[in-house]
Design a protein around this ligand. Structure first.
Ligand code: ZN
Length: 697
């Protein structure tokens, strides 16, 4: 263990100081701080656990379960900042630290869950008749600890425990390598050398490509980065079919190029280790283990939902492709629609069929105005007020912070950090990060969350204009943030977004639906030059395209989810990812014009951690909930109905994992979720017998 002086000199080990209940010391962090801080904090965590197990008194809720909730606080804080560096500041000097520390952190987790004395105490509380006298939240917490420990192997014999820990450490190393390989391939780019290569691109795509080239000292050319936020617009607008094909393959082959960044062998190893671990733990497959504590409970139920939606989605793709082919034929393009044509011709269909050009919408979608729109929605639904603050340090100059208070009482709710722009060392996509969970087990601790995205930064003074899809993603991530900010529980492990994997996307997906409410559009979708609100007839046209291209987006998502699930249902069969993917898609009847949204070698959800493994179906599952729940608002008179909003806070956003999620949903909605609303919103035929089975308990 570190001596006191070293402890006091490492800023990461300090309690978070300052106002708002303490704030992360981003201004003091150096990469060299991470390793010693993690090591000292891990030692402190183990010391906390030893204190609990050394207690001579028999186990009680207070001296064991609540004590666990109070343990490891330094490690929580260090880990939070370490996680931010891993996802958003992954520099060349940080990556070796991560490579070294990831297996050590996994080993610590096992040391705790495999501690026999600790598990005995947890089991004693769990099995004690005194448990009945605890509050409902305390009983659920006790159940959760017991369940988590058993699921992590607390009941195994010594040899199996040892093997389990080896597996987890090996996997932690593989996850890190997978992620670093992906990051390396996403830093590749396609260079465009002359104006002809830019044919069809919008000014904003050109500007971003020029800025990217300047950043790489290639001034005078244009770079299309190998990330979704650069590739998707290129595939949508480039008139150069040859370059679209080139960009498409660069993107879908991330992690699959047979070079030093190739992820295939890593995936084979991860799948084998997961299968072995599931067996050790007494489950048929990794999928069975993962789904047990999800809302779906079994892989079969998740599969049933996916398979019930799949045929309608594939049928829709056939129609979408026919529409696109007709346009290509009319233009005399003499092509057959290929995957690199999909976004390009979909855009043409959108114009022809709905008279809607995405570029017509974009001038009304200013990033900062959309953010204000989200704040306004949070005020209407949750009673939150957001005001900007500059008195807290940030890890990067682009990051900004707001404090969140109760509109009525002025009470402090939490902090919201916003990191909107793409940069090197930051993973692609968009996500929410909980820096600190609300709880009151020690003192009253308030939430700190962040939203992160990869918008392309413009010149100072120029507004960042975003697409409709990006605006929806912005609202989505903000939904996760509001879930964290609304939390009102006692124990941190039950707090905020710490809910079942297939439930956690429900609060975020439902929030997306407020983007298209007239209130938001009229107040916040303002033209960046004139300040005029978006015209109603344009809104009508946007709304008329609500089900447009749903075949494409549903198929690209469900195919990814099905491949994920089937890989984790295959048991100990050795898997060659490329071959498995190909075969599975063939069996499914995957339309040849579409690829998986995340091909296996770049499927970070599934292979850069255990998080969404056998869990990508969660987005569809949660969307069933969000569609059905939004109906509660429409049935009651509108999206801003106060009574339904209050129920949404009470049963969904504030309760975290303090109650069973299926029960919580039923309390909010009055009945179990049905798939009808999802099918309707996606424009698929609703069949009565396709109701979602098995979500009620
Ligand atoms: Zn999400």
């Amino acid at each position: 263990m570190l001596a006191g002086r070293a402890f006091s000199q490492n800023p990461l080990l300090q309690k978070w100081q300052g106002q708002y209940g303490g704030i992360p010391p981003f201004d003091k962090v150096k990469v060299t701080n991470f390793k010693p801080a993690l090591e000292a904090a891990m030692a402190e965590s183990l010391a906390d656990i030893n204190k609990i197990t050394a207690n001579k008194q028999s186990a009680t809720f207070e001296n064991t379960i609540a004590a666990m909730e109070r343990s490891g606080q330094t490690l929580d804080r260090v880990n939070t900042i370490y996680g931010i560096w891993s996802s958003s500041m992954s520099s060349d000097d940080f990556q070796p630290v991560e490579t070294e520390m990831a297996p050590k952190l996994a080993a610590l987790q096992d040391k705790i869950t495999q501690n026999a004395k600790l598990f005995q105490r947890i089991a004693a509380v769990y099995n004690s008749p005194a448990k009945k006298k605890l509050t409902a939240e305390q009983q659920r917490l006790t159940w959760l600890y017991h369940t988590n420990f058993v699921r992590a192997g607390a009941k195994l014999n010594a040899a199996s425990k040892k093997r389990l820990s080896d597996i987890n450490q090996q996997m932690a190393g593989l996850f890190t390598r997978f992620n670093q390989n992906l990051l390396a391939d996403e830093s590749l780019f396609m260079e465009l050398k002359n104006e002809a290569d830019l044919d069809g691109l919008t000014q904003s795509v050109k500007d971003a490509a020029a800025a990217a080239a300047t950043g790489k000292n290639l001034k005078g050319s244009w770079l299309i980065k190998n990330t979704r936020s650069s590739i998707d617009p290129f595939l949508t607008y480039s008139n150069r079919r040859d370059l679209r094909e080139k960009a498409f393959y660069m993107f879908i082959n991330r992690g699959d190029n047979g070079d030093k960044n190739d992820n295939n062998a890593i995936i084979t190893d991860i799948l084998a280790l997961r299968a072995e671990r599931a067996k050790l733990l007494g489950y048929a497959t990794h999928a069975h283990w993962r789904l047990e504590d999800a809302m779906a409970k079994t892989p079969e139920r998740a599969m049933q939902l996916m398979e019930s939606v799949w045929p309608a989605a594939v049928a829709r793709v056939t129609e979408e492709v026919a529409d696109m082919q007709a346009i290509a034929n009319k233009e005399n393009a003499r092509i057959t629609i290929a995957p690199w044509d999909y976004r390009y011709y979909a855009e043409k269909v959108r114009k022809a069929k709905y008279d809607l050009d995405q570029n017509e919408v974009k001038p009304y979608l200013q990033l900062e105005k959309m953010r204000e729109g989200m704040f306004w929605v949070a005020g209407e639904l949750f009673g939150f007020n957001f005001s900007p603050i500059t008195d807290v340090p940030v890890y990067q100059p682009d990051v900004r912070v707001w404090k969140v208070t109760d509109k009525q009482t002025g009470k402090h709710i939490g902090l919201w950090y916003f990191d909107p722009y793409a940069r090197e060392g930051k993973q692609s996509g968009a996500w929410m990060n909980a820096y600190r969970n609300q709880q009151r087990v020690t003192t009253d601790i308030t939430t700190i969350v962040s939203n992160n995205s990869n918008f392309l930064k413009t010149n100072p003074g120029e507004p960042v204009l975003i697409s409709w899809d990006d605006a929806r993603t912005l609202f989505h991530e903000f939904g996760h943030a509001l879930h964290g900010l609304s939390s009102n529980v006692t124990y941190p492990i039950l707090s905020g977004t710490n809910v079942a994997r297939d439930y956690v996307e429900f609060p975020s997906q439902i929030l997306e639906r407020w983007l298209s409410t007239p209130e938001v559009l009229q107040k916040f979708a303002l033209h960046y030059k004139t300040g005029e609100p978006i015209p109603q007839q344009l809104v009508d046209r946007i709304n008329s395209t609500g089900t447009f291209n749903q075949g494409f987006s549903t198929v690209e998502a469900i195919s990814s989810a099905l491949v994920d699930m089937k890989m984790h249902l295959a048991g100990s069969k050795k898997i060659d990812p490329d071959a498995f993917e190909k075969e599975t898609l063939k069996e499914l009847g995957m339309p040849k014009e579409i690829v998986m949204r995340h091909r296996t070698p770049q499927f970070g959800h599934v292979f850069s951690g255990d998080g969404y493994s056998a869990g990508y179906y969660s987005y569809l599952w949660s969307d069933v909930l969000s569609a059905d729940a939004y109906q509660a608002f429409t049935e009651a008179g509108g999206p801003y109905d106060k009574a339904v909003a209050a129920r949404l806070t009470k049963y969904i956003f504030s309760v975290g994992n303090t109650i069973d999620q299926a029960d919580a949903y039923k309390k909010f909605r009055g009945h179990d979720p049905k798939t009808d609303a999802l099918m309707k919103y996606r424009g698929f035929p609703v069949k009565v017998e396709k109701k979602m089975k098995g979500v009620s308990r």
